[in-house]
Write a protein of this length. Structure first.
Length: 152
């Protein structure tokens, strides 16, 4: 039965990371560390961006928790680190591979969730946009917009 608790911990850490990503994106990336994030908002064909340092910053707590948790017999810290790692993987696949096509592994999807979240992120990249700071969860009106398209 303890595995159910570990699954809950992994899921809680995963979803908490969406909040952390939103908060960091809005107040840090578009705030005092804009110097690292700015190149992400400028079209280019370089394989790396200064913005990629944020992936390293988010990976450090995951690595530390995975290590400490595994050294203590795979306690709760390991599963928190796993949740952070899985969020990082989902973020990479959605944001870098699907939205920005920095890694060419996906085409376009017909999935309404992906289309709505993709549109929200592209709207965020419009000049002077001050909205849509989440990564895997967009404002509800994007999903409603996608759902209404099936009726047309």
């Amino acid at each position: 039965m303890i595995w159910i608790l570990y699954i809950i911990i992994v899921l809680a850490a995963f979803f908490f990371m969406e909040f952390m990503a939103w908060f960091t994106h809005k107040y840090v990336m578009h705030g005092f560390l804009w110097v690292l994030h700015k190149d992400h908002h400028i079209p280019h064909d370089k394989p790396m961006e200064k913005n990629d340092w944020f992936a390293v910053m988010f990976a450090i707590p995951s690595i530390i928790l995975l290590y400490l948790g595994s050294m203590a017999g795979f306690d709760y810290r390991f599963y928190i680190g796993l949740g952070i790692l899985l969020y990082g993987l989902a973020y990479f696949l959605f944001h870098d591979a699907y939205v920005h096509k920095r890694v060419k592994v996906f085409g376009d999807f017909s999935n309404r969730y992906l289309r709505a979240t993709h549109k929200a992120h592209l709207d965020h990249h419009k000049p002077h946009s001050k909205s849509n700071f989440g990564f895997l969860i967009a404002p509800m009106h994007y999903y409603k917009e996608e759902l209404s398209k099936k009726d047309q």
